[in-house]
Design a protein around this ligand. Structure first.
Ligand code: ZN
Length: 164
């Protein structure tokens, strides 16, 4: 027990001291500094909102695409705020993260509980776009895209203008 506890404590101390160093108020620019991570996080929020709002009707109501695929007659429209933006192919590899062909409104249950409900998502993609787009996204997922802060900020302006 003691042997196990030692490395963890050690890691804890290292992490803590690194955090303290970053939060040091010595350098004045620290407050205004934007990191790529923080801008990317904000960009995802804007992108996600654009996906959900542009696919909603005039009353702001939209379907979860995979519920609609699975239960065409039973699925109900909900307000876009109650939906999430779910990836057809997981977007962690930057290249497809912000590709709107592969991101659609999904409910929490399909996106999170059913890990994207991929079988229904695949059928949805096939019917909506066909194999060409599916293959395009399959290829693109292997590409790495390094966004810059400027690039993301420009994209956010474009995305906002689409629902603003
Ligand atoms: Zn759903």
């Amino acid at each position: 027990m003691i042997l196990l506890a030692v490395p963890y404590t050690h890691i804890g101390l290292v992490l803590q001291s690194r955090e303290n160093r970053q939060r040091s108020p010595k350098k004045g620019y620290r407050m205004a500094k934007k990191t790529l991570t923080s801008v990317k996080k904000r960009a995802w929020k804007v992108f996600s909102e654009m996906i959900r709002r542009t696919r909603a009707d005039d009353d702001g109501m939209a379907y979860c695409v995979t519920c609609k695929q699975e239960f065409p007659d039973k699925a109900k429209k909900v307000h876009w705020k109650e939906l999430q933006a779910g990836h057809f192919i997981d977007g962690k590899g930057n290249a497809i993260l912000f590709d709107e062909l592969g991101v659609h409104p999904q409910c929490y249950s399909c996106n999170c509980m059913k890990s994207g409900n991929k079988i229904e998502y695949f059928r949805f993609m096939q019917e909506k776009y066909g194999d060409e787009v599916i293959d395009y996204l399959r290829r693109k997922k292997h590409q790495t895209k390094k966004f810059t802060i400027d690039e993301l900020e420009n994209l956010m302006v474009i995305w906002r203008s689409r629902y603003g």
